[in-house]
Structures are given as C-alpha cells and as structure tokens.
Design a protein around this ligand. Structure first.
Ligand code: PGA
Length: 257
C-alpha cells in the first residue's frame, strides 16, 4: 500500500476564532468552492460554540466537522469541559487532541492525550492526534526520540482496529503560527519516522493505512510541495484555514498530491 491508497485529509483548526455569524459566512463561502472535491476529506475543526452552526451550514456537503478538544471522562464534575459523547451526539465526526497549544497552555500531557484519545474512540469520534517536537529538542538532535515517545504514550493500549480510525498530525511546535514552515524534506522525514514507529508497534500493514498530516504554517503557497511527499497525507491548517480561498487552494493541492 502507498500514499495513493491512503485518505488525504485536509483539516482546518480554527483555534479561538470566529463568532457564529462569522463561522457561518466562512463555511458558506468554502462549501461552494470545494463542492467538486471528491478525493480529499475536508474537515473544519471549530470552537465548541460554533459546532451547531457549522454542522447546519455543512449538512449534505463534503465538509466534515470536528471539535478542537474533548475531555476524557464521560460526564461529571469537570466545570467548563465537554465530553466526547456530547460531541458525538451532535454529529461531530472528528476531534483534535493533544495540540501543542493544549499541551503548552493547558498542561495536557501524553497521559491525558492518551485518555482523551480512548474516550473519543469509545464515543465513535475520529481523533486527530497531534505530536511534534519543540525547537530546542530539534536542536538537541532528539526529534525522533520525542516523537517516538509521544506516539508510544498517546496510543498506549489502543488496538490496531482503533488506531485505523485515528489521524496523526505531525506539528513541529516551532512551526505553528510562526510562519516558519518545516521544509518538505523535514516534514517527510518525521512523517516517515512516525509511520516506521507505528509499523514497529502495529505492523507495516496497519502503519501503511494511517493518514499522517503535516501542520505548522502550511499555506496556499507551500502546501503543494508538502503534500507531494510520500508520507505526508494532508495537513492540519491553522491560520490559512480561516480564509476560504487559501484553504481551498490547500485542499486542491492535496487532491493532486
Ligand atoms: P498554523 O497552525 O497553520 O497557524 O501554523 C497549525 C496548527 O496549529 O494546527
């Protein structure tokens, strides 16, 4: 199996952006632009407050909706949190987990990412699990150690059948929101390493089926080169997903890629 047989997924990560009217306007614009796209899975991961609006705006279209996080418990005294079941019940399909901003600003650890991934899978959601090294970790030459550790911990106890429902996003932390994109070769190197790590844990056949995205300052200008790489099966897009035309260009690049 190779890239051509894996699903290319381009997911927007809106982060803490867009009110409901703004979300509706962006999705209305986007859906017209991408209506004829068939070979790329298009996902918009939006703030919790926009989920209902986004689901309504994209009903019957080729745009899938995701959330940006979920809690690992089913319910209970966790003020301000949202469970995986709450998302699934709404019709949400994807959820971003372990984003570096969650790890950095909200003290998330590989242990909680692992628990969230299990909770999301149990609820029938498709997790987009983010991994990536800090700049100083890259500079110290331990990128592969960091990534292997994250993969092993974040997917600990997850069976192959469930892993196949997951997407992995390689997001070097130094490239997120900084305008500093990893080169296509750097992205390919780590995405290939992630696949090799999965092959050791789950076997090559399973590893070959997993969609591995690149994320970090991916934009309309650099997307084509990134997604042309053998092990880069799409992207998780922050800033550039907030503009319908730019996001569409990235999606079209993945169609060819
Ligand atoms: P960026 O964000 O594209 O704005 O760098 C990517 C992400 O955080 O997923």
């Amino acid at each position: 199996m190779n890239k051509a047989t894996r699903k290319a997924i381009i997911a927007g990560n809106w982060k803490m952006n867009k009110t409901r009217p703004e979300a509706k306007a962006l999705l209305e614009e986007l859906k017209g632009m991408v209506a004829d796209i068939k070979t790329v899975e298009i996902v918009a991961c939006v703030p919790f407050t926009n989920l209902e609006t986004a689901l309504a705006a994209t009903e019957g279209t080729n745009i899938k909706i995701g959330a940006e996080n979920c809690h690992f418990e089913k319910s209970g005294a966790f003020t301000g949190e949202i469970s995986a079941d709450m998302l699934a019940e709404m019709g949400v399909e994807y959820v971003v987990l372990g984003h570096s901003e969650r790890r950095q600003y909200f003290a998330e650890t590989d242990e909680t990412v692992n628990k969230r991934t299990k909770a999301a899978l149990a609820a029938g959601l498709k997790p987009i699990v983010c991994v990536g090294e800090l700049l100083w970790e890259r500079e110290c030459g331990i990128t592969e150690e960091v990534i292997a550790r994250q993969i092993k911990l974040d997917f600990f106890g997850i069976e192959a059948a469930d892993l196949k429902k997951c997407v992995i996003a390689y997001e070097p932390v130094w490239a997120i929101g900084t305008g500093k994109t990893a080169t296509a070769d750097q992205a390919e190197e780590v995405c290939a390493f992630i696949r090799a790590t999965l092959a050791k844990l789950y076997g090559a056949d399973v590893a070959e089926t997993i969609t591995i995205q690149y994320g970090g300052s991916m934009n309309a200008a650099n997307a084509a080169e990134l997604v042309s790489k053998t092990n880069v099966d799409g992207g998780l897009i922050g800033g550039a997903s907030l503009k319908a035309a730019d996001f569409t260009t990235i999606i079209k690049a993945a169609e060819v890629g």
